[in-house]
Ligand binder design. Structure first.
Ligand code: PMP
Length: 408
């Protein structure tokens, strides 16, 4: 077994108690906890060399700029990209908006199609809806199969010359489904479409190599990958980044500003308007160092083993219905489920009394939860620090929920 349980000691919050019980944190898909290696780097940056970047001709600013740009290099290497291909953003949401507006407003018109899937997070739906409304382009959604995979046959049928963008999740934050990204990207590119991957979940659950994915853009957030909030990244194919207009204007992103117009700073700086989240970027660099040290292959192996274990333990409870693929080859460690007809919020509230934190709701993917035929699901999600003992605590907790609600 690929045991990573020793990592738990790196996460201060995992040592605390909740309602008198040891914390069992199973909501990492919403946001992950942070290791002290990340907290220490951020603390040291604030204490010893903090200053604004790319501005001052003094030592602190030079050090701050060097650390910020070094973090960009780390994030780039993490997904096998070049440094200039990474624009720091506020998170996956801003990265996806940057593409939808920055690229979409100039390239989409009436008669064009934007292909999304039924599994998307609102962050990969609403920006495209806003742009579709302004450009007259049409939205089309690829359905799921009965076993919660993406219907690739339907996708192939949809792809024609009208399709200008295919934007899809690399891993669903509800069902855990991991669609075959490279295969989908290949199909989409054959018909000349732009390919956008929402990797908000994927990037922290499996190795990502942008050279192999075949996408034009990949978006992700720092806070789900052991880094701080307020920072994320947009990777883009260099020629597409070069050609795309900035989404936001302001300081830092210009080459020159005159009264009648402006020119842009080189890529990626033209996508980073205003003072960036400096310490957050440095913190993300430290998170990437931490994940690199474990190795993303090892992270994926740990998660596959843990997910297989969790699925088999949950199968002991006949009242539990899991919404997601049964085979761990096609999924990551995010498990949505229903417990008979007990409302997911009741499940979460009772588990909380035992110190177990899960998520209940629509998980910002309302079209998907609607397809599942439920208003909400309960969701347990894993990270590198999640253990079999956490899963056992969840199953014991669910038995208690069954007792409270007299579920057979
Ligand atoms: N896409 C997916 C698949 C997600 O899980 C999330 C976060 N729940 C997002 C996009 C949005 O990420 P953020 O809120 O960090 O911008």
């Amino acid at each position: 077994m690929n045991d990573l349980s020793h990592l738990r000691l790196d996460f201060p919050v995992l040592q605390r108690r909740v309602h008198g019980k040891p914390l069992v944190f199973l909501d990492s898909a919403a946001s992950s906890q942070k290791p002290k290696q990340v907290l220490d780097v951020m603390d040291a940056a604030y204490r010893t060399y903090y200053a604004n970047v790319h501005r001052g001709a003094y030592l602190l600013s030079e050090e701050s700029t060097a650390a910020y740009e070094q973090a960009r290099g780390k994030v780039a290497r993490f997904i096998n990209a070049a440094r200039a291909e990474i624009a720091f953003t506020r998170g996956a949401t801003t990265a996806l908006n940057t593409v939808a507006f920055g690229w979409g407003m100039d390239h989409l018109r009436a008669g064009d199609r934007i292909v999304l899937t039924m599994m998307e997070h609102h962050a990969n739906v609403v920006p495209w809806q806003l742009v579709a409304r302004r450009t007259g382009a049409e939205l089309v959604y690829v359905p799921m199969t009965d076993d919660y995979r993406l219907d690739l046959k339907r996708l192939s049928e949809l792809l024609d010359e009208r399709v200008k963008v295919v934007s899809f999740t690399g891993m669903s934050n509800v069902t855990g489904t991991m669609p075959p990204v490279a295969e989908i990207a290949g199909l989409a590119r054959q018909c000349g479409s732009l390919v956008v991957v929402d990797a908000a979940q994927l990037v922290t659950h499996a190795p990502v190599d942008v050279q192999q994915l075949g996408a034009d853009f990949v978006a992700f957030s720092g806070h789900k990958m052991l880094g701080p909030t307020g920072i994320g990244a947009l990777w883009g194919r260099p020629e597409v980044l070069e050609e795309m207009e900035p989404f936001e204007g302001g300081g830092e992103m210009i080459s020159d500003v005159r009264l009648d117009g402006s020119t842009w700073a080189p890529v990626p700086h033209k996508f980073e308007a205003g003072t960036p989240p400096i310490i957050e970027a440095i913190g993300l660099g430290a998170a990437v160092d931490y994940l690199d040290k474990i190795g993303m292959e090892s992270v994926r192996r740990h998660e596959m083993e843990l997910t297989a274990y969790a699925l088999s333990r949950l199968a002991e409870l006949p009242a539990v219905r899991v919404f997601g693929p049964a085979e761990v080859d096609h999924r990551g460690g995010v498990i949505s489920f229903a417990l008979a007809d007990v409302h997911p919020h009741d499940v979460a509230t009772i588990l909380d009394q035992d110190g177990i934190a899960i998520r209940a709701g629509h998980h910002c993917a309302k079209p998907l939860t609607r397809t599942l035929g439920v208003p909400a699901t309960a969701r347990a999600s894993f990270q590198v620090y999640t253990t079999r003992e956490d899963v056992d605590a969840l199953v014991d907790g669910l038995r208690r929920v069954q007792e409270v609600f007299r579920v057979d």
